[in-house]
Design a protein around this ligand. Structure first.
Ligand code: NAD
Length: 329
């Protein structure tokens, strides 16, 4: 039997990526929705044949505890709301997936992990690229070292943000700027490529548009220091364009560009071409979570995995606040 997933927050990502992915998942289906916009209820109910019994709003969401059709709650709300809805879902006895960033701080992530642990439910983060084949080739190369040891990693993700009124530019909803949104991918990229955890970092912020970026950072450049004297360089920005993961090995290099997109991730690994795969990352991610639930196995994109990234994010803001000082993680 497929497990039922309820999406919480029916914005862009839920509408254009997750709901379509749930039409091709093998282990899960779209069983319910949670929305603060009543007009969306009928549209989604008609489109995806969702029974009104499985439609909730943010106020009556906790009644989901009595809904046997919902096994998993997937939180796709603005970042500042992840913690609250993960904890409420856990209290309702549901397994939970939350979008990235997992929370706004490592401390929030620890609360979320504790709540899920207490409720006996599994928690995972929407790190779809951990289910993307070419990314996995880079991960394997970092472990089996066919091109020798890694001596440098560069990960960059930037785009030029549009509407100046959106929640992504409001600190109280987003928790920060590009670090929270796309810097997370650069951190994941460097951690995945090396298979190592950074021990320290330095981060510097640059701002050109003080009005648009009055409450969040615009551009951040940072270096992470890994055990054994390996360094990575990263940039994330809401005012540039980049989408790349580059790894230098003793005997060659690997490059994915685009590295973080929904489709088309591809490049090369030494002499090996890595042409894009037509996989649905979100479907693979959700199917894998169901397997983990069924087998009572920890997901590779668990809450603990999300917490590791948020400890790095905390250190980045600390370093930025101190003029790029080295911060031990
Ligand atoms: P969005 O703005 O399109 O959707 C946000 C949804 O939250 C909307 O339905 C909105 O109505 C609802 N909402 C509830 N309270 C709100 C409030 N106070 N202010 C604004 N909206 C409110 O955003 P999105 O792009 O769908 O992002 C949602 C989450 O998904 C974010 O955490 C984001 O980081 C994550 N995301 C992940 C990926 C990925 O590739 N994994 C891609 C895009 C977004």
């Amino acid at each position: 039997k497929k497990l039922g997933i309820a999406l919480v927050g029916l914005g862009n990502y839920a509408t254009n990526q997750l709901a379509p992915a749930l039409q091709v998942t093998e282990n899960a289906y779209l069983a319910g929705i949670v929305t603060g916009t009543p007009a969306k209820e009928k549209i989604w109910a008609d489109k995806y044949k969702i029974d009104p019994a499985h439609i909730y709003n943010y106020d009556n969401f906790d009644n989901i505890i009595n809904d046997a059709a919902i096994d998993v709650v997937y939180v796709v709300l603005p970042n500042s709301m992840h913690k609250e809805f993960v904890i409420r879902a856990a209290r309702a006895g549901k397994h939970v997936i939350t979008e990235k960033p997992m929370g706004l701080t490592a401390a929030e992530c620890e609360e979320m992990i504790a709540a899920c642990h207490k409720a006996g439910v599994q928690l995972s983060v929407g790190y779809r690229l951990q289910f993307e084949d070419n990314t996995q080739q880079i991960v394997h190369a970092g472990q089996s070292l066919p091109l020798g040891p890694i001596n440098y990693v560069r990960s960059e993700f930037s785009f030029i943000i549009g509407n100046p009124k959106q929640w992504r530019l409001k600190k109280e909803l987003a928790g920060g700027g590009p670090i929270m949104d796309i810097g997370i991918y650069c951190i994941q990229g460097a951690r995945m490529a090396t298979g190592l955890e950074p021990i320290a970092l330095r981060a510097v912020e640059y701002k050109t548009d003080h009005q648009k970026f009055s409450s969040v950072e615009e551009t951040v450049m940072w270096q992470m220091e890994f055990p054994g004297g390996l360094y990575s360089n990263s940039t994330c920005s809401y005012n540039m364009k980049a989408n790349e993961l580059y790894v230098s090995y003793a005997k060659g290099n690997a490059r994915l560009e685009p590295a973080y997109s929904y489709r088309g991730v591809g490049g090369h690994l030494g002499q090996l071409k890595l042409p894009p795969h037509q996989v649905n990352q979100q479907a693979l991610q959700m199917d894998d979570f169901v397997v983990c639930i069924r087998q009572n196995k920890t997901s590779k994109v668990s809450g603990e995995e999300g917490l590791k990234d948020m400890k790095i994010v905390d250190a980045m803001y600390k370093s930025m606040a101190n003029g790029g000082q080295r911060v031990v993680i």
